[in-house]
Design a protein around this ligand. Structure first.
Ligand code: HEM
Ligand SMILES: *[C@@H]1O[C@H](CO)[C@@H](O)[C@H](O)[C@H]1NC(C)=O
Ligand SMILES: *[C@@H]1O[C@H](CO)[C@@H](O)[C@H](O)[C@H]1NC(C)=O
Ligand SMILES: *[C@@H]1O[C@H](CO)[C@@H](O)[C@H](O)[C@H]1NC(C)=O
Length: 325
């Protein structure tokens, strides 16, 4: 009896040494026998849609982030509000997430092949990876699977857990620490801002009224601030959008870190990565694209394992925007 449990422990340690237990209860190719074509179907739909919309990778990577930071990666970001509940999607100020229709199309195709098997939470994680992979025609990171779907989505929890663009370094650090992510993960995952756009109201205080004296944020490059003021015409503009990585906003690369170093990080939260010696050294390290890709792969896998539901917890939703009846 004692020998066999010791043997089991040794086996588990050996598996961990090979990285098999890295994602906690998640597995590589969880659907290998239950839905062998699942990952291929997901990739096919996502690549078709990215070919039509170069902004989609940004939308889906951000959706994955928002899903994981609120109640863990449980697909709660996909749920619609009901008459009794305001869901994460409808948190005020509205979160400007897009791409839900793509997740719905993926889910429809996957359900045709294997009804009731593949979770919406896994579809979000895999779609984020595949959307970025389109640029390279191969994935930049592995996604472990086996997440199950949650049944609750609360706007108040989105407000409480998602970091805001005005956060300073210490607030960001605490916000990530609550998710089990460290300062290194914070710098690395902020690199996702190499793709995508922001609405002016997320940063226009830095252009027009930083301390209430009609001034600009002194930590923002003044020439770049002037360019941004031509794109965001006033403090109240909440419709115009600006690429966060000024020169390559649809290319997943390490240029974000070059922008941050040049004091052209769009949000205070981007600029905050320079306020600390440790993080500014990481910014410098990540200018190297291979370093960024390697580190990003690790941190986004860590993010993708936050608070996951596995085993018999949660459910496999039939429609991603509503819990099963
Ligand atoms: C560090 C704290 C973070 C803050 C304060 C932050 C804040 C924001 C804000 C305000 C926007 C613009 C939304 C809009 O105006 O439409 C945005 C966009 C975006 N964020 Fe973050 N973010 C953070 C971390 C992350 C992380 C960890 C990821 C993913 C790993 C991520 C991925 C993205 C992407 C891809 C976009 C562009 C979305 C699109 O174009 O559709 N962000 N972020
Ligand atoms: C969820 O909300 C979206 C947007 O309002 C809507 O298009 C979709 O049909 C809703 N889903 C369901 C199952 O009603
Ligand atoms: C965001 O919210 C504002 C006011 O709360 C509303 O006027 C606007 O239409 C919303 N935008 C989107 C994209 O839902
Ligand atoms: C700038 O901020 C100050 C202090 O909050 C406020 O009184 C003033 O109206 C603001 N200016 C604009 C243009 O919004």
């Amino acid at each position: 009896m004692r020998t066999s449990s010791l043997l089991l422990l040794v086996c588990m340690l050996a598996l961990c040494a090979f990285g098999i237990c890295e994602g906690g209860p998640l597995r590589k190719k969880f659907y290998k026998s239950s839905c062998p074509n699942a990952e291929e179907i997901i990739k096919t739909v996502v690549w078709k849609r990215v070919a039509q919309d170069s902004g989609l990778p940004a939308a889906l990577v951000r959706m994955h982030f928002h899903d994981c930071f609120v109640r863990g990666c449980d697909g709660s970001v996909l749920l619609n509000s009901t008459k009794d509940n305001t869901a994460e999607k409808d948190a005020p100020p509205n979160l400007t997430l897009t791409g839900f229709d793509v997740i719905d199309e993926v889910k429809t195709e996957v359900e045709k092949a294997c009804p009731g098997v593949v979770s919406c939470a896994d579809i979000v994680a895999l779609s984020a990876r595949d959307s970025v992979a389109f640029q390279f025609k191969k994935p930049l990171w592995d996604v472990l699977t086996g997440r199950r779907d949650g049944t609750l989505s609360r706007a108040s929890e989105a407000v409480a857990n998602l970091p805001q663009p005005t956060f300073d370094f210490n607030t960001l650090k605490q916000n990530f620490a609550r998710q089990g992510l460290n300062v290194h993960d914070l710098v690395v995952l902020s690199g996702a801002h190499t793709i995508g756009q922001a609405h002016c109201n997320a940063f226009s205080n830095r252009l027009y009224n930083f301390t209430g004296k009609g001034d600009a944020d002194p930590s923002l490059d003044p020439t770049y601030a002037a360019v941004l003021r031509t794109q965001c015409k006033s403090l109240s503009d909440n419709t115009a959008q600006v690429f966060m990585d000024p020169n390559s906003g649809t290319s997943f690369d390490s240029h974000y870190y070059a922008a941050v170093k040049q004091h052209k990080g769009l949000f205070q939260s981007d600029a905050a990565l320079l306020t600390n010696k440790i993080t500014s050294n990481i910014v410098t390290e990540l200018l190297n694209q291979n370093a960024f890709f390697t580190e990003f792969a690790q941190s986004i896998q860590k993010m993708g394992a936050i608070g996951v539901l596995t085993g018999n917890s949660g459910q496999i939703r039939k429609i991603c925007s509503v819990v099963n009846p």
